[in-house]
Design a protein around this ligand. Structure first.
Ligand code: AMP
Length: 422
């Protein structure tokens, strides 16, 4: 026997039972985004590796360790996208839209790839739903982005289980002064830190606040924090964000350790954490990234966005016992012989054309008993049984699957009967 080919580690096949909740989340997200004036953008899964190295920062974990980068047939280094923001920013620059539009509000969704160690809530192919806003710099625009996610969590019934953590990462000026100060403190005591932090202290000291090691965390508590070293403009911006969120009724915690993993953030940074996820409890995050467009060769354009992980959102929904709204139960047409199958297909077409939204035909050529069993398994609310006798009388037997009641109905009255009685 030949061996079977398995799905790659950290990747999953999704069947209908997985996709019901999946589609619901995507649909609600698209509706929430569209209703606030956002329009969709789709970018390729494969990009120049350079895009992420430049956009996310060469010293980040994503770029340093997790990228699916490889040479293509001509030796060009390409990469499966590890996140959406850099791709969307590249697309916006390439389209010239940052020149022609005063501001842009975009949403997107799709698979992302990171070569990480798989565990609950962490995969190598995962999916994000995200938004990016270009051309707006106010604190109110930061809040409108956070409010959009808040509306999503509310619509999904998850709001009470999600915590918003908020911080300010300052601007290039106040952050670099703070980083210099941080290095002064960190470098003389480098050996007291874990290996990752020793590297972080040299490459990008802010990342030490991301460390999960208890000893490093304890030391971090004693360090000066960036949010108390903000310049006046960044400080005012951050205060205004907090005031507006409060006015919107969106609760948050100021987390001074929240630095986010990617280099491009400035000023407002945030993350949502949810119950029921274990160690990987961040379901989404984002922030302002005013420097990214210039970093990628575009005109200076302020920008802000977020991405939410679909898999983690689904785990949080399941942990909360939240299930998607039931879709309409189907009407199952059960033909009892090959000629009746033809009548059944015509009936399926006509019932759908006349407004029913869920109709199935059983073409298994099995007994009525087994067709009824199948209909009940799919949750059908009615079965329409057509055999030779019904065909010659231009009628059908309608079985109400809830009550078991059977009625013979003429084909011409069938739709009215289904609408009224079932
Ligand atoms: P990030 O782009 O790292 O800020 O991630 C945003 C969100 O994407 C996270 O909060 C997670 O919900 C999700 N995410 C990131 N990496 C993974 C992964 N390896 N597996 C599953 N979800 C992920």
């Amino acid at each position: 026997m030949t061996h079977t080919v398995e799905c790659l580690k950290g990747m999953r096949d999704l069947f209908e039972e997985d996709l019901i909740a999946w589609r619901w989340v995507e649909t609600v997200f698209a509706r929430v985004a569209q209703s606030r004036g956002y329009v969709e953008v789709r970018t390729p899964l494969l990009e120049h590796t350079e895009l992420f190295a430049r956009g996310l920062g060469a010293a980040t974990a994503v770029v340093g360790k997790e990228m699916y980068a490889f040479p293509d047939k001509k030796g060009l280094s390409v990469c499966l996208r590890p996140e959406g923001t850099a791709s969307v920013a590249r697309a916006v620059i390439a389209s010239g839209k940052t020149h022609t539009e005063p501001f842009l509000r975009l949403y997107y969704g799709g698979p992302m790839f990171r070569y990480e160690r798989p565990q609950k809530g962490r995969q190598r192919q995962f999916h994000q739903l995200g938004i990016e806003v270009f051309g707006l710099k106010s604190s109110a625009s930061d809040c409108s982005v956070i409010a959009l996610a808040d509306a999503l969590f509310t619509e999904l019934g998850l709001k009470q289980r999600v915590r918003l953590l908020l911080n300010s990462l300052g601007c290039a000026t106040c952050r670099s002064a703070y980083l210099a100060r941080l290095k002064e403190i960190l470098l003389p005591a480098l050996e007291t830190r874990c290996r990752d932090c020793q590297e972080r202290a040299l490459q990008n000291p802010l990342r030490i606040f991301d460390c999960k090691n208890d000893t490093c965390r304890n030391q971090n508590n004693a360090l000066p924090k960036l949010s108390s070293h903000l310049c006046e403009a960044c400080d005012t911006h951050f205060k205004d964000v907090k005031t507006t969120l409060t006015a919107l009724g969106i609760s948050f915690e100021h987390d001074e350790n929240l630095v986010r993993g990617l280099d491009y953030y400035s000023r407002t940074a945030f993350e949502w954490r949810a119950d029921g996820l274990g160690a990987q409890d961040a379901i989404g995050g984002g922030g302002r990234y005013d420097g990214l467009i210039t970093e990628l060769g575009g005109r200076p354009t302020p920008a802000i966005g977020f991405a939410i992980g679909v898999e983690r959102l689904l785990i949080a929904l399941e942990a909360a016992g939240i299930t998607p709204p039931q879709k309409e139960a189907p009407i199952a047409i059960l033909p009892l012989d090959p000629q009746s199958a033809q009548t059944a297909l015509i009936l399926e077409r006509d019932l759908l054309a006349r407004g029913l939204t869920s109709v199935t035909v059983n073409l298994s050529e099995t007994s009525l008993k087994s067709q009824l069993r199948e209909a009940s398994k799919t949750g059908a609310r009615a079965a329409i049984i057509i055999g030779e006798a019904e065909r010659s009388a231009a009628s059908a037997i309608v079985k109400n699957m809830a009550t078991g009641e059977q009625t013979t109905v003429s084909m011409t009255d069938l739709l009215a009967h289904l609408l009224k009685k079932i």
